[in-house]
Design a protein around this ligand. Structure first.
Ligand code: SF4
Length: 465
């Protein structure tokens, strides 16, 4: 019987079916960070339990690390305590921690892939919603809460409800100036933020096949914003070429053997799906959110729809029928696990090169990891950003979540390459977030307002996917 990747990976990791119908699923890789683990480790200590598979658990620090000055001890006592507690827990339980001293630190969903830790056919869990990112490699990866972090630490297993699969087929070429971020914003806009509940999203079709791994990660990252617990792309030669030679990847003959197994986990031709939708890539435009969830977006040439939600309009201080083009911004943020990779920084730098950030705009370029930062500096991207008036920061989650000093103030409007525009997400309870691609953020930083990157003066606009 032809089968989907989801079913193959699920079956390969199923320990047993529980009386309530859930599957007890073995977790191949548990990624941990400083925010969702302290209580989980405390619960382990109280019960005298050990970590079942310390060698299948890897830690990093990302949410709370300051990005301006990363010297220890941190200025924020609470952040320092959280990091110290993760260090102690990793040491006590024999878990490898990729901290600031290693050169491998970064946002958990950036370092897993770039170090070759994330591999096809795996089950991956992490106490962060955007764990779906790792599905770009053909892994089944999901975010979990603190009590589940405890369960995985103690047993390396999770009780999971079975998922249906919706195949989202994207065909054709993306227009110039349209990126993977626009693709996923468009998918969420069309289907809604709850359509994915109970589903895994399989992204298929020649547009996804042409995408780089960075682009696939951007799409899978935001699957959770469409309600899907899991999003994945079937592994192919692009996947294998990306993984080859990375520090944690299989080496030598083992790599070839791994590739054969990874390939076998891809969905079979003729596999049946619970739902399937098709989108013409050429119809997708640069997309910007106007509301308070990632599904409330419009193409840059459109106007806020007549059906727009009242609460969102009130919070954002927008009107029905209003265009977003021309909206004055206060802050521009390029970064996060959605768009803080080298290719994202390259696209943003391409737009700002030779320009200056508008005087009223505070602009941040925040690499997703120490490796991304080092690679960007080798290419001189840091100079492009700083000469344009961006602040060039250390690696971390930064303004995606504002659990660190990078925060909006008051009613500021932020053009952001992150993934959530919920009320208060960027630190100020009244701050406003407009989600868009890194190139669009860069263009907005220079113009001082939301613009169409395709019309941006002298910008060489790239093509995503
Ligand atoms: S960048 Fe944002 S979404 Fe990604 S791991 Fe950090 S806080 Fe979570």
């Amino acid at each position: 019987m032809p089968s989907t990747l989801l079913k193959k990976v699920w079956d390969a990791h199923a320990v047993r079916t529980l009386p309530n119908g859930q599957t007890q699923l073995f977790v191949g890789l548990h990624l941990i960070h400083e925010v969702t683990t302290p209580q989980a480790f405390d619960m382990l200590r109280e019960r005298g339990w050990k970590v079942a598979f310390p060698d299948r658990t890897i830690g990093t620090v990302d949410h709370i690390v300051p990005t301006r000055d990363q010297r220890r001890p941190f200025g924020d006592l609470m952040a320092e305590q959280m990091l110290s507690s993760l260090e102690r827990n990793c040491q006590d339980y024999g878990i490898r921690l990729l901290d600031l001293s290693t050169g491998m630190q970064g946002i958990v969903h950036v370092i897993g892939p770039e170090l070759g830790i994330t591999q096809p056919g795996m089950t991956i869990a992490c106490g962060d919603s955007h764990t779906s990112t790792h599905g770009a490699f053909g892994a089944i990866a999901f975010g979990i809460g603190t009590s589940q972090v405890r369960d995985v630490l103690a047993s390396q297993c999770l009780a999971m409800d079975p998922l249906k699969v919706r195949r989202i087929v994207l065909g054709g070429r993306l227009q110039s100036g349209v990126y993977a971020k626009d693709v996923i914003l468009e998918i969420i806009r069309r289907l809604g933020v709850k359509a994915g509940v109970g589903f895994a999203y399989e992204y298929a079709g020649d547009t996804f096949e042409r995408m780089s791994m960075d682009e696939r990660m951007t799409v899978c990252n935001m699957s959770i914003e469409g309600g899907a617990r899991v999003g994945y792309v079937n592994p192919d030669q692009t996947t294998f070429d990306y993984i080859r030679g990375r520090p944690f990847a299989p080496q030598g003959d083992n790599f070839d053997r791994a590739c054969a197994w990874w390939q076998s986990m891809a969905s079979d031709p003729g596999a049946s799906y619970d739902d399937e939708i098709t989108i013409d890539a050429a119809t997708i435009q640069p997309t910007v959110t106007w509301g308070i969830n990632p599904g409330q977006s419009i193409a840059i040439d459109d106007r806020i729809p007549a059906s727009a939600d009242e609460e969102a309009l009130e919070f954002m201080d927008f009107r029905r029928g209003q265009p977003l083009k021309g909206t004055r911004i206060d802050v521009a943020f390029v970064g996060s696990c959605t768009n803080g990779r080298l290719s994202d920084l390259r696209e943003a730098a391409r737009v700002v090169r030779g320009h200056r950030v508008a005087p009223h705009v505070k602009a941040l370029a925040v690499p997703g990891s120490q490796s991304v930062r080092a690679a960007a500096e080798r290419e001189g991207l840091d100079r492009v950003f700083t000469e344009a008036g961006f602040e060039w920061r250390g690696a971390g989650c930064s303004m995606c979540l504002a659990m660190n000093p990078d925060r909006l103030e008051g009613r500021q409007i932020c053009a952001s390459s992150s993934n959530r525009n919920f009320k208060g997400r960027q630190g100020s309870p009244t701050g406003r977030t407009l989600l868009m691609s890194p190139a669009m953020v860069a263009a907005a930083a220079v113009a001082g307002e939301v613009v169409d990157v395709r019309e941006f003066a002298s910008a060489e606009v790239g093509v995503g996917g």
